[in-house]
Design a protein around this ligand. Sequence first.
Ligand code: G1P
Length: 287
Amino acid sequence: MKIRKCLFPAAGYGTRFLPATKATPKEMLPVLTKPLIQYGVEEAIEAGMDTMAIVTGRGKRAIEDHFDISYELEHQIKGTSKEHYLTEIRDVITKCTFSYTRQVEMKGLGHAILTGETLIGNQPFAVILADDLCDNDSEAGSVLSQMVRLYDKYKCCIVAIEEVPKEHTNKYGIIEGKLMEDDVFVISNMVEKPDPEVAPSNLAIIGRYILTPDIFDVIRDTKPGKGGEIQITDALMTQAQKGMVLGYKFKGKRFDCGSVDGFVEATNYFYQKEIAQTIEKTKEKKK
Ligand code: G1P
């Protein structure tokens, strides 16, 4: 079955970006001129998905307005030199549909994903955590499209992983596994945010998942774990024991835009990239 749906857990408070996130969803913070969640949606579209399922919460209405037509704005800028600013978002809106549900209580990422069941139903789906911003690899494509190709081969749950400095293991889900093919690990152990001394490796889960729908029943049976929250890492560990879960060391670049450092790094990176592209285009025109 082709993966058509992508779930975006987007109910979190974004406390690390206060006061900016007091009245603005953290998913709407822009890197250059584009909000984080739009980068995520574009990545899902690039990976062949056309249905975006967004788990929101209180104070997140700006996300719904962003993925909608603003007739007043359209009217104002129609035929002006500013019209091109809306090209990308118009394109996104015409290519896919958006549905929303609210997470009423914040009980962890596993709980947020379970809240999305009503939008996903009984089919495999992707999950994007918008504050992990990924840039495509020039050859392999987006992180999610690399994972979809792997899913087509193995038809099981997959998490994206990358090596992190050992002292940062307590910020991530950490996996342990056996290399099955280039960059692909069969997971034997996964732990949510372990201290460096007890972490099974330095292979960290980043915010891209492919999940099969049986995960919903597993989450329902998963007890609160780290921080008293229902963790997707724990549910996936159960899946790994019952069947197979893969860790995929993706090609491309990822920024932790949930932290100020990562956000600034991403902004600089995409700005440099844009400048390089503008120079390239100017050269092309001159030829
Ligand atoms: C979540 C997951 C964690 C994962 C991380 C990736 O944590 O629980 O396993 O490594 O996303 O960004 P959060 O950053 O939401 O605390």
